[in-house]
Each structure stands twice: as C-alpha cells, then as structure tokens.
Write a protein that binds this ligand. Structure first.
Ligand code: SIN
Length: 274
C-alpha cells in the first residue's frame, strides 16, 4: 500500500490520538511510513489494530522509521533494539508506570516509539497519553514566555531512586534539555519535562525548581482534556511521538499477564526554535 490517506480513521479524543484500520503496516510503502510519522507528529498517538508480526519484522519496520534506539539500562542480548514489556503475577514493577517521555535522560532521546502488545490481560493494561503541545498552547502568554527561557536536567536514575528505591550504583545518563522543545516535522512547540526523568530546572534554587516541577507535573496528570487512553487488543500496534506526548502504563491487571515489545527511534537532540 502506498498511502494511508484513504484508510479508515477515527480520532480518539479531540487533541490526541488517532486509530487507523484496514491495512497492513508490513505492506506500507516508504511514502506510507512517512505519512505515519507525520500523523504521529501531529496527533501524538496512532493506533493500528490487527498487525501480527514477529519481533524481527517489528525491528525491520522500526528501521524504516529511523535509526533505532537501544535502551541504556534494559537492552536484551538477543534483540537489543526491542524492549521487552512484561508483567505477570511475579512482577514487582512494570515498565512505564507513571507519566513519562521515553528515556528523556539520553542526549538524543527517543523520537517515535512503536509498541506491539502480544498478550493482553482479560481487562485493563491500557496506556494513557497526554499531549504536551496542546497543553503548552493552553498556558497564558506570560507562562509560555517564561517556560521557553528554561532548561531542565533529566536523570536516568530518577525512576530507580524514587519509584523502585534502588541503590544500584550503575551510571545512567543525565542531560539538560529545553523545557519547551520544537518538533522538526510540525515546527510546533511542546512542553518537555516529565516526572519520570526530570529532577531539576536549571539555574534555579532547589525549592523554586521543586515548586515549578510539581505544579507542571500535576497539571499534566490532571488535564484530562489533553489525554486519551489506548485499550489494547492482541496484535495492536501503537506509535507515539515522545517529543509531543507523555504516557503512563496502567498496571491494574495484576496478577494477570501482559506482554509486548517496544521499538523506538532515536530522535534529534531536543531544541527550541523561537
Ligand atoms: C512504556 O513504553 O513506557 C510502556 C508502555 C506500556 O506498557 O503501555
């Protein structure tokens, strides 16, 4: 198939998420892959149902989207470019519980993530998404003009320090990124701080940084008008653009099993074009 233009399309909510049906990702032309990337950049999230594929096929598709990212802490030896997403009755944690943008601590953090869930629980296991461009646009000009002046530190060990109480001395990446970043395909700006990885607004007192980050994280979590939820079916594939959305995996299915694989492109170093 050359194009997704004629494909059946349903927007999940006004600001974020679109579901497409009636075609096979694996048969898409290069132009079709670029259309998916453009749509993901605009809508933040694109869901495509009924896409059976193997892990190597998923990796090959991912390579057509761009250079692939290898997770700094969880790369598997057999498929370093595919992140295993897994939860069952023995799990003490599952990946992605909490609002975050994937691996934003990297110097060139992930661009587009492509998650394929093979095994779904009987109910639950949704992924929630929040559009950071629409949220940023809703702020006053005074707030927007302030936020565009800021940079923030993203620390790879924050999830392990805070959420999992780990004292693992392994060195995770830490990088400074603009608090507002520009998407290279749309030219639009979006907020780029997340409670998963961002631990400090730069050039501010600690209390000032804590106060600002807490307010922004609360705003992200509570602004349901800029959110959508993806309900998974076996063989669903969901793409999201980490430059414009954050996501939150809902672990409400314990002790049932949920399993899938995520392949992710490496994005550009985040920048702000004013
Ligand atoms: C993630 O990539 O953060 C996991 C998302 C999910 O399992 O729904």
């Amino acid at each position: 198939m050359n194009s997704i233009v004629a494909v059946k399309r349903l927007d999940l909510t006004r600001h974020v998420g679109t579901e497409l049906a009636g075609f096979s990702l694996l048969n898409l032309s290069d132009a079709g892959v670029q259309e998916i990337l453009q749509l993901v950049a605009e809508r933040g999230v694109v869901v495509v149902r009924d896409q059976p594929m193997t892990i190597p096929e998923q990796i090959s598709f991912g390579r057509r989207m761009g250079e692939l990212h290898v997770h700094p802490a969880y790369a598997q030896s057999q498929y370093p470019e595919a992140l295993h997403i897994y939860g069952d009755e023995n799990s003490k944690m599952v990946p992605g519980e909490g609002w975050h943008s994937d691996v934003s601590c990297d110097e060139r953090p992930p661009g587009v993530s492509m998650l394929r869930i093979e095994t779904t629980p009987s109910v639950g296991g949704d992924t929630a998404f929040a559009h950071q461009g629409a949220l940023f646009e809703s702020f006053s000009d005074t707030m927007k003009n302030f936020l565009v002046t800021l940079k923030a530190r993203h620390s790879g060990d924050l999830p392990w320090r805070n959420q999992y109480k780990s004292v693992d001395p392994k060195a995770y990446p830490r990088n400074l990124h603009p608090v507002v970043r520009t998407h290279p395909l749309t030219g639009k700006n979006a907020l780029y701080v997340n409670s998963g990885f961002t631990d400090r607004i730069w050039d501010m007192e600690e209390w000032e940084s804590d106060m600002l980050l807490k307010s922004i994280f609360d705003k992200i979590a509570y602004s349901v008008e800029f959110q959508c939820r993806v309900r998974w079916e076996p063989n669903s594939v969901t793409f999201w653009d980490n430059r414009v959305v954050q996501h939150h995996a809902c672990w409400d299915y314990f002790p049932e099993k949920r399993e899938g694989w995520r392949v992710t492109t490496t994005g550009e170093r985040p920048y702000l074009a004013l």
